[in-house]
Design a protein around this ligand. Sequence first.
Ligand code: NAP
Length: 485
Amino acid sequence: MPELADPSLMRTQAFVAGEWRDADETIPIVDPGKNEPFTEVASCTAAEAEEAIDAAEKVLPEWQEKTAEDRCAILAELHQLIRDNEEDLAKILTLEHGKPLDQARGEIRYANSFVKWFAEEGRRAYGDLIPSADAAKRLLVFRQPVGITVGITPWNFPSAMITRKLAPALAVGCTFALKPAQKTPLSALALAALCERAGVPAGVVSVIPSSSASAISKPWLEDFRVRKLSFTGSTEIGKKLYEGAGETIKKISLELGGNAPFLVFDDADIDAAVDGIMKAKFRNAGQSCVAANRFIVSKAIHDELVEKLKKRIEDEVVVGYGFDEGVTLGPLIDEVAVSKVERLVGQATDAGAEVVVGGKRHDAGLNYFQPTLMTGVDPKMDLTCEEIFGPVIPVMSFEDESEAIRMANDTPFGLASYFYSQDLARVWRVSEALEYGMVGVNTGLVSNAAAPFGGIKASGQGREGSRYGLEDWTELKYVAMGGLG
Ligand code: NAP
């Protein structure tokens, strides 16, 4: 186990209603890099989920009475504390998730950028004064906090997927109870410890780990006091929660799965495109909702791009344990994930695709897969229809722009997309034609706290980050003020 400068950040108790609690049962937490359990975390039940909401209800008036200035000062303190403890938080993250330590540091900085952004943006939850057709009336629009809110987050970014919700919730005056992924609750609990230190009042934030996700989500879905659910995870679970939230007409944000296309046109800077592919694929071992999943390349440059990509992968990608120096590609989260990637690659090769690099499990351990490049892939293969969530680059080719766009949009998903082109008119045309919430043009990275992150179609609804991400945690109230003539 890595040594922490502040061992008290490694919390294994749940944080319920402002108290650290043990539970009757525990969840074993596994280091994916070694495939060995290294600690256990309290596993909560419906009772704690309900208690978190009771506490939120009690503290809500006090929390909402604070000025935006006061709440944002607490968030600014949280931002500073995350900065001061960045190395410990990164080590906890690598331990429970497996990603290389340098990428874990990057995730903590990225997570903290949302805290900073909303500590500033929280002061700007402006309303409106609408010009009235009646001289005796004034028409006002207020933005008010939604109230008691809950979040459910996945394991792939154990810290950043939380701060994108927690920071805007707190900034506008909502309370926030979280069920983190059961594989990665330690980063969430460390954040809770820092919230407490930053001066977040008891009950405003709760973190409820559990080995039974539905034991926590059921009481939250049924409780009318809970006015918003913000979920990040798979489309399959998102659909269930969408339906469940209908019972009490909750406001809902859904950040779901993707199937990102990465298009390279014949007028692209090929070296820049290869660079973008390396970033859009291998970060987090491909386990990202915005990871490029299908590579759609102009026939005219296909062979040159594949050759350059092969060389970059062979020269640069270093597979290994996340704490080892120089490693750039860590393990997948578990053996089930490795089996899925193995199945997708196997089916594709059986159907005629060709492996150019990799294609197999990696001998670094049970949870590792080789960085893989494949050509001759067909758009109907499971490899290009499902989220791979692994380090595999399947390359397809196209003849002309309209075919490329048709292939890119031929999916129920609509989260991130990418393309490389140096033709200005094409850049506009393709940006407008792609049916996605986010488009990266000549870049393999789109995430940024200042920008609206989110998808359309089966990839969800709502936005995180940016001023739109703040609005998602507020309700509009219209006030007609009469008798003023
Ligand atoms: P998941 O299986 O949907 O789990 C996400 C969260 O939902 C976890 O906390 C999980 O708890 C919980 N959950 C599972 N079943 C539930 C139920 N019946 N009721 C309530 N909660 C339930 O997804 P994952 O495998 O952790 O994450 C990968 C997925 O997340 C991918 O599809 C990825 O694309 C998506 N994702 C999307 C975004 C985005 O911003 N659009 C960002 C990151 C990830 P347990 O941990 O206990 O199973």
